[in-house]
Design a protein around this ligand. Structure first.
Ligand SMILES: Nc1ncnc2c1ncn2[C@@H]1O[C@H](COP(=O)(O)OP(=O)(O)OP(=O)(O)O)[C@@H](O)[C@H]1O
Ligand SMILES: [Mg+2]
Length: 218
């Protein structure tokens, strides 16, 4: 038993494809899109259940789920009771029932969103129509910002988020090729090679874990 468990309820199963390629997964993993009712057991484990959601495809749900889970598992590697469950969800409107099922067992929701205008409206729909009605606490996480593009897009995105009144995390996950490559190579951020871009890529996820208070004491 590890302190962290990742569940995918995405029928497209890119998480599974990824997770199967990783030889030494630093957390427990299961696929439950056929049997979402299995999620009910999570409620009784005493672990905190975090759902990663945005019905816009390709915003980084799977990337954030697996890498955040890897970092939290690293911080909590000496614990032997389950403490955090991360649920990766589908990036499509058709699978809304699966997302709603996961939200029933969640303590909070993380909403990854890239700093680009095309993502604004679909993200707003997920938040307003699906997440806010549950009353669960949620945070928007800006993901895939390329520092080389300058700060304009980032600032515009923050302004948009603030204008909506959504809680937004200070941590931004930057865009690094290592992340994109990692899904092909079957690696999570704690397993990246030791070089400068990897350090930076990893740093973002440790920051995120610290900002959310995962692994700090409890
Ligand atoms: N911070 C990042 N840096 C570099 N590449 C990234 C980053 N975040 C996501 N990507 C890349 O963008 C693509 C989409 O990411 P990912 O699969 O995590 O999104 P998703 O929201 O899970 O998509 P879907 O809705 O299809 O499940 C992948 O190729 C991934 O490697
Ligand atoms: Mg995904």
């Amino acid at each position: 038993m590890t302190a962290v468990h990742v569940v995918s309820i995405d029928p497209q199963a890119s998480t599974v494809w990824w997770a199967n390629r990783i030889t030494n997964l630093p957390f427990d993993f299961s696929q439950e899109h056929d049997t979402p009712e299995n999620l009910a057991v999570l409620k009784d484990t005493g672990a905190r259940v975090h759902v990663i959601a945005n019905q816009k495809g390709g915003v980084g749900k799977t990337t954030v789920t697996l890498n955040l889970a890897a970092v939290v598992a690293d911080v909590l590697k000496h614990q032997n009771a389950l403490q955090h469950v991360f649920i990766d969800t589908p990036g499509s409107l058709q699978d809304e029932n699966l997302l709603l099922e996961a939200l029933k067992y969640a303590h909070d929701v993380l909403v990854p969103m890239p700093p680009e205008g095309l993502a604004f409206d679909p993200t707003a729909r997920t938040i307003q129509k699906v997440i806010e009605p549950t009353g669960l606490p949620y945070h928007v996480l800006i993901n895939n910002w390329d520092p080389r593009d300058g700060k304009a897009d980032l600032e515009e995105t923050r302004e948009y988020i603030e204008a909506q009144g959504w809680p937004v995390l200070e941590t931004v996950i930057r865009r690094y090729k290592v992340h994109t490559r990692a899904s092909v190579e079957g690696k999570v951020v704690t397993q990246y090679e030791e070089n400068r871009p990897s350090y930076k890529a990893r740093e973002d996820f440790y920051r995120l874990a610290i900002e959310r208070g995962y692994g700090g004491g409890k």
